[in-house]
Design a protein around this ligand. Structure first.
Ligand code: NAD
Ligand code: UD1
Length: 335
């Protein structure tokens, strides 16, 4: 199938590209490189044994995207392009609404104009807010506290309206929990810009000596060891979830949402220990105050995804840590 992959040079998108190409699909990446590097295309090609097509540009540019749809008879879209920093979205909400919402709007207009009728969208578990019960299932009440989360929720709602008006459309919103790790070649992975916000990239940089010490945000949560608990999912399992969603759309229409996680939570301290074991390095850390907006514990109910998508995360915490470390080491050798 010919698939348009937006944000395909990014962290998750590059892994999705590899999975789709390994399954025999033709991948056409659209990315404006606002948070990624062009050489990722070459790394995807090295893993997949052939190159994806690459178009540099804005996903919200209707004429540009329509032209790609027409030229390549695109049948499905996997839409990952967007900004993703919670803190930045609080500071610059308009930037997030412009890029995430207007960008998506342009893409959906182009899809409608060219009758492209399958879409997989990357949403986030952030739309559930502070969990009222665990594990968090897809029916959990939604509560967003920042512009990033609101942009995801708006896009999900927009898609619900569009699919209600167009019975031929099939839409899957995938609500990611905490993607970490890298492809086991070490050729693609996460390149955080500046100081990482998320736990795993920070741990990796402390282990490599790039940063001195990790601050553990909160040791007094009502969790077994007092630190935050999250559903970390290997980025390759997550990427395979997109292929499963695409297969689901071959026989299903309408609007659907699924959690992508493992269904298991690990604490910050458990993550640090696992990483130390896999890397053979020490990760110095100090306990710090809670980070504003953080929740104590979050993990997914994945039954719905497992049943409907016939997909299940299979990789364990050790795989997440060892692959992230391999990617960091490859990066250090290159730089
Ligand atoms: P990323 O920043 O690595 O990748 C996003 C890619 O989209 C980048 O390559 C960027 O250059 C591109 N992009 C941004 N705006 C664009 C535009 N208007 N037109 C074309 N390209 C554009 O982020 P990621 O971690 O790979 O996340 C991918 C998607 O998954 C995002 O939508 C993010 O919100 C969502 N998500 C990520 C996480 C996570 O933990 N990484 C969790 C939940 C949801
Ligand atoms: C964060 C975002 C969430 C987004 C997700 C993936 C916030 C409040 N939430 O989720 O919306 O979908 O990233 O991009 O920003 N931690 C430390 N030290 C650190 C970094 C993190 O102790 O230096 C802790 C956090 O307090 C948390 C856990 O590690 O308990 C995971 O944090 P993180 O990786 O940032 O993910 P989330 O907070 O779940």
């Amino acid at each position: 199938m010919n698939i348009l992959l937006t944000g395909g040079c990014g962290y998750i998108g590059s892994h999705v590209a590899v999975v789709l190409m390994s399954a025999g699909h033709q991948v056409f990446i659209v990315d404006d490189l606002s948070n990624s590097r062009r050489d990722v295309v070459g790394n995807i090609a090295e893993i997949a044994g052939r190159s994806p097509a690459f178009y540099e540009g804005d996903v919200g540019d209707v004429a540009f995207v329509r032209d790609i749809f027409r030229r390549h008879q695109i049948e499905a879209v996997i839409h990952l392009a967007g900004f993703k920093s919670v803190g930045e979205s609080v500071q610059w909400p308009l930037k997030y609404y412009q890029n995430n919402i207007c960008g998506s709007l342009g893409l959906f207009q182009a899809m409608e104009a060219e009758s492209v009728s399958k879409l997989v969208f990357s949403s986030s578990a952030t739309i559930y807010g502070d969990p009222q019960y665990l594990p968090v299932d897809e029916a959990h009440p939604q509560h967003v506290t920042n512009a990033y989360g609101r942009s995801k929720l708006h896009i999900e709602d927009m898609l619900r309206d569009i699919s209600a008006s167009r019975p031929s459309l099939g839409v899957v919103c995938l609500r990611y929990f905490n993607p970490v790790g890298a492809h086991d070649s070490g050729l693609i992975g996460e390149y955080p810009r500046g100081i990482p916000n998320n736990l795993m990239p920070y741990v990796v940089q402390v282990a490599s000596g790039k940063r001195e010490v990790l601050s553990v945000f909160g040791g007094d949560y009502p969790t077994p060891d007092g630190t935050g608990v999250r559903d970390f999912i290997h980025v390759m399992d997550l990427a395979e979830g997109h292929l499963a969603a695409l297969n689901f759309l071959s026989s299903n229409k309408g609007w659907h949402a699924f959690n992508l996680g493992t269904g298991r939570g690990f604490s910050v301290l458990e993550m640090i220990r696992a990483f130390e074991k896999e890397s053979g390095r020490t990760v110095p850390f100090r306990m710090a105050a809670r980070r504003e907006g953080d929740v104590a514990c979050s993990y997914a109910d994945v039954q719905s995804a497992e049943r409907a998508l016939k997909w299940k995360a299979t990789r364990v915490l050790e795989d997440m840590c060892s692959s992230a470390w391999l990617f960091q080491n490859r990066l250090s050798t290159k730089d």
